[in-house]
Ligand binder design. Structure first.
Ligand code: AMP
Length: 283
């Protein structure tokens, strides 16, 4: 039996009223921020949030501040009705889908800049990205004031940036990371996978394979740049169009590794035609 539909809230005024009612109940509140076009990765975050909290709010907002003008903001997939049905099934209590003017009213002039884990990797290719993410995440955390907010390890650098944001701005929220949900062939679920044509989809899982091989090489004693170059080369041979980076880094700081005793993570971003895929694994 399908669960009853859940309310979609569009404005901050409605949001405040619902949050007030939840607080009166004494409910612990979990927030799952998303850009919609939901898949099982997003829904796993909702289920994890529901296991820890009495009330779960998912936000859906395609945030223009984290897209550069040449990026895919306009063609980013949108399906509010379908998303809401999936969220209801996963145990979500409410959807917050604010309009642009609710988030960025006329005259909006603030942008949060983050150093530390935001430096390098994604920032080398998408310099605007983490300030856009930090600004919207800070706004959502301030508007909702959840006890915990849930983010995927799929966007590993983003997860570290959000943890830094919450702790450096004393936002008083627990940031919970959740492991990447994958297709059977290892491809990380992503809303952008919908862009892949069938021949591209057939090679997309090579990104996960290349990262796993780089992690194995590192554990077997290879220098990081040798393992990274071999992985990048294998992606090009598999049919990827270009590689932005394959990088073995310290898992907590994303700095270069200085010893084999350090916790390591391998992260990658590469293009299949017009579609940019990212992934990462413990190394
Ligand atoms: P997005 O809608 O792509 O901004 O993603 C919203 C949240 O879902 C982010 O915290 C992502 O890291 C997370 N997410 C996206 N894909 C996955 C996945 N395959 N597994 C787990 N979490 C994911």
């Amino acid at each position: 039996m399908s669960p009853p539909p859940i309310p979609i809230i569009r404005t901050r005024t409605e949001l405040s009223a619902v949050l007030q009612a939840w607080r009166t109940e004494g409910a612990r509140v979990g927030l799952v921020p998303t850009m919609g076009a939901l898949h099982q990765g997003h829904l796993a975050l909702v289920r994890a949030a529901k296991a820890d909290n009495q009330r779960v709010l998912a936000s859906i907002f395609v945030n223009p501040a984290q897209f550069a003008p040449h990026e895919d903001f306009d063609r980013y997939p949108r399906d509010l009705e379908g998303d809401t049905a999936k969220l209801a099934n996963a145990g979500c209590d409410m959807v917050y889908a604010p309009g642009l003017a609710d988030i960025y009213p006329d005259g909006f002039a603030v942008r949060i800049e983050i150093a530390g884990p935001a430096l390098g990797l994604e920032s080398d290719f998408r310099p605007h990205f983490f300030s856009g993410v930090a600004t919207i995440v800070a706004k959502l955390l301030i508007q909702v004031t959840p006890q915990a907010a849930y983010f995927g390890e799929k966007d590993y650098q983003q997860l570290l940036v959000v943890k830094r944001l919450a702790s450096d701005l004393d936002l008083g929220v627990e940031i919970v990371g959740y492991e990447t949900v994958r297709e059977p062939d290892g491809l990380a679920l992503s809303s952008r996978n919908a862009y892949l044509k069938s021949d591209q989809r057939a090679v997309a899982a090579a990104l996960n394979v290349a990262l796993r091989n780089a992690a194995t090489e590192w554990r077997n004693g290879a220098e990081p740049n040798k393992a990274e170059n071999a992985a990048a080369q294998s992606l090009l041979s598999s049919g990827f169009t270009s590689v932005d980076y394959i990088a073995l880094r310290h898992a907590h700081t994303l700095q270069a590794l200085t010893s084999r005793a350090e916790p390591a993570r391998v992260l990658g971003a590469a293009w299949l035609g017009e579609t940019r895929l990212i992934d990462n694994l413990p190394a």
